[in-house]
Design a protein around this ligand. Sequence first.
Ligand SMILES: [Fe+2]
Length: 258
Amino acid sequence: MSTEETLVEAALRILNTADPVEKARIGDQVANKWLQGLISQPYNPSQDLPVPDRPARLTNDIIARFGKQESMPREFFTDFVKVAQDEGRHFSLLNARLKELGSFYGALPAHDGLWDSAIATSKDLLARLAIEHCVHEARGLDVVPTTISRFRNGGDNQTAELLENVVYPEEITHCAAGVKWFKYLCLRSRNPILSDLPLEENSDTVEVDNEVIQKFHSTVRTYFRGPLKPPFNEQARKAAGFGPQWYEPLAVKDYSVE
Ligand SMILES: [Fe+2]
């Protein structure tokens, strides 16, 4: 048997690295190895490795926790390797920007909401995809344009451009990964044979119907407390592959626009 590190082992090594700069560096290295085929195995089928409940941070958890457990296809690993690599890059870029401005990562307190949701959804991949990627990351898409204007109005074009040209477009792809694999799991539960086909072929042949959207609504209502907050960035959400019928029914009425 090969002694080569699997993607899941590498993901755990990243999860267990506490220093955020080092984590981003190893994350980028592992992502490149996977994308170049230098790591060939997603996981070792005969090995069940413990996934830490509260490691230093997010994203590679989905690979280590659900990849083998749910027998996900190779494309799933690749999509979330890219998400993790993007997030590591965002961290490195923003951390460098903070330093240029005379501050540092950790200077101000930050909330831990994403990780709370990761723990709440640690037993259910559908919920993980819906809550992290289609609720929280989609919310990010709603608010980032305002954040960009704030930096621009404050005279910090450099940060505004970093958010606009790097973070924002890449976050759309993260949300898209959530939508894509949520649909995949729904379709696979209906017809297990589909799991052997590339996802694109499934999507072309099977209309994403009310059943998938209903499942999304019930999943969000179970795992996310309270309604979603409008206004929504319809354009960015559409680019990520989900229309208003997915999220409008989960929203509170927005009195501020009346
Ligand atoms: Fe993201």
